[in-house]
Design a protein around this ligand. Structure first.
Ligand SMILES: *[C@@H]1O[C@H](CO)[C@@H](O)[C@H](O)[C@H]1NC(C)=O
Length: 306
């Protein structure tokens, strides 16, 4: 997955690569049949519940028509990860498609099935030595359910070279309910003697120290997060200008008023200039009060750019 992504980036077709990699069909996130079945039955359960009630029992849990129920898991997974790293004072920042999502509205791109974070190699070592196989219990605000996440550190994380390509992912933050996970990639100064200040991940992304540090404090999915200092340069290098400009993507359209990526299908049933309370059911769910509040609290990426 990562290899493909990187090679495609090298071939300057990041957007194409995303359209392939980001599609659910190409998702690597269904690790085994058991989990797939479990998830499928949960999905049916959710759809059942949705039929029964006009509005979801918890407004934060909207289910898109056609059902992309994974997004709920993704939100919690991302928040729990960021909160854990924040609590433990461990350095991490959001990367790749997640950083691009932040750039647009401080959230994950709704079609992106890949959550990516990066850590410096020192943090990776520390994680390996102190937190491998640790379970983190997370309870979302206003929710009774406890969610468990497992930290799994790749035993080969100390091999900082590209190697045979089999060990690109250094660590994972795994949702123990369903096996979904966040890819955590370590960055190292591979060759301080001849290439000082060049930080590389195992899959050929290079960054300069000044691209990353000092990290900027921001919010992602409503919780404190960090991003590389030169996030705009990092994004342009990886995705080119198009990804910051194109507002029709992967069946979604950027709604500048709501500052949301909306599915084109949803927009078709709602006049573009409707207020948030006049739209279709699906759109009202998207604009649930807590989400709006969260959005207001979030630092606007556009403001930060100045
Ligand atoms: C983390 O734990 C797993 C499971 O016990 C083990 O296979 C792996 O080698 C450990 N990683 C490190 C870095 O020790």
């Amino acid at each position: 997955m990562k290899l493909l992504q990187c090679l495609s980036v090298l071939a300057s077709s990041a957007l194409l690569a995303r359209s392939v990699l980001a599609s659910p069909a190409a998702s690597p996130r269904l690790p085994d049949t058991k989990n797939t079945q479990a998830t499928a039955s949960k999905r049916e359960e959710n759809q059942e519940n949705e039929k029964k009630e006009d509005k979801p029992s918890d407004p934060r849990y909207f289910h898109e028509p056609g059902g992309n129920m994974y997004l709920n898991h993704y939100d919690h997974m991302m928040r729990s990860y960021l909160i854990f790293f924040h609590e433990k004072n461990l350095e991490t920042w959001i990367a790749h498609g997640s950083l691009l999502g932040w750039w647009w509205n401080g959230k994950m791109l709704p079609w992106d099935w890949d959550i990516d974070t990066q850590v410096p190699d020192q943090t990776l070592y520390y994680l390996g030595e102190n937190y491998n196989q640790t379970t983190y219990q997370y309870r979302a605000a206003g929710e009774a359910k406890i969610r468990n996440y497992l930290i799994d550190v790749n035993p080969h994380f100390r091999e900082r070279e590209h190697g045979d390509g089999a060990n690109f992912i250094d660590a994972r933050w795994i949702d123990m309910d369903n096996g979904l996970y966040i890819d955590i990639t370590g960055l190292s100064e591979l060759d301080p003697a001849t290439k000082p200040g060049v930080w590389s991940c195992k899959n050929f992304h290079d960054y300069r120290t000044a691209d990353i540090y000092p990290l900027r404090d921001t919010f992602f999915e409503g919780v404190p997060a960090r991003i590389p200092y030169a996030y705009d340069k990092v994004l342009l290098d990886e995705y080119h200008e198009k990804a910051l400009v194109v507002t029709d993507f992967e069946g979604h359209r950027w709604d500048a008023t709501r500052r949301e990526w909306l599915r084109v299908q949803d927009q078709a049933v709602t006049p573009r200039h409707d207020g948030p309370h006049l739209g279709s059911k699906a759109l009202r769910r998207r604009a649930a009060p807590e989400q709006q509040q969260q959005q207001q609290q979030q630092h606007s990426p556009a403001e930060k750019a100045t």
